[in-house]
Design a protein around this ligand. Structure first.
Ligand code: SF4
Ligand code: SF4
Ligand code: SF4
Length: 203
């Protein structure tokens, strides 16, 4: 009991009360770099799925069909979202926004892009061509692609060349990973490479 009284006496000192009620603190402002949970803008989603592909948090974002025919939208699950803002930065249609991500990026002239990097293990690749034939982009570029993965076109993403799967145009890869799934020896890997870029200032 005595300790409570002494505590109250200590807390009720006039100089402390004065400080408590009249001390000036810095105004509460949201820092420019703060990234809140993403929310939808009124822009139309083209269901490119880039936001889902870039998201580092499992189950944080999903692009779904709405009840309106032909309409899609991303859905954020706050329990999983870590508020990194990458989906906001990558969306080419500005469907998402969070905090001041767009404003800051516009001020800094920064933007984000990613591409896919394909690695073939030359030791374990048998040159069977399963990945090459399964690749949907390859099929579109060269419908005559042979069952063994050989092709006469140099425009394909990859083809069997000198007994091994050889990559020619990884810039055309969409990251679907069909090739990975089809490879019987797990010799092909498709990794997403993120690249933050800055617009060059006009001279
Ligand atoms: S929200 Fe943006 S990035 Fe995600 S699917 Fe729609 S258009 Fe693509
Ligand atoms: S803010 Fe980051 S974690 Fe959250 S949905 Fe977007 S990409 Fe995923
Ligand atoms: S990830 Fe898809 S598009 Fe890219 S090389 Fe593999 S199958 Fe082709």
């Amino acid at each position: 009991m005595r300790s409570i009284i002494s505590y109250i006496r200590h807390m009720a000192r006039p100089e402390w009360l004065k400080k408590f009620f009249f001390a000036k603190t810095a105004p509460l402002t949201t820092p420019a770099h703060f990234r809140d949970f993403p929310h939808l803008t009124d822009k139309e989603c083209t269901h490119c799925f880039q936001c889902m592909m870039i998201c580092p948090a499992l189950g944080a974002i999903e692009v779904v069909r709405t009840e309106k025919p032909g309409e899609w939208k991303p859905v954020i699950y706050p329990g999983h979202c870590i508020r990194c803002g990458l989906c906001v930065e990558i969306c080419p249609e500005l469907v998402l926004d969070a905090g001041r991500v767009h404003t800051k990026n516009a001020q800094d002239g920064t933007y984000m892009q990613f591409q896919f990097h394909i690695t073939v293990n030359p030791v374990t690749c048998m040159g069977c061509g399963s990945c090459t034939v399964a690749c949907p982009v390859n099929k579109e570029i060269d419908p005559q692609l042979a069952a063994k993965g050989t092709s006469t076109s140099d425009e394909v993403i990859m083809r069997v060349y000198k007994g091994i799967n050889t990559v020619f145009h990884e810039d055309k890869c969409t990251g679907c990973k069909t090739c990975e799934e089809q490879c019987p020896t797990r010799s092909i890997l498709v990794a997403r490479v993120l690249e933050p870029l800055q617009l060059e200032e006009e001279k």
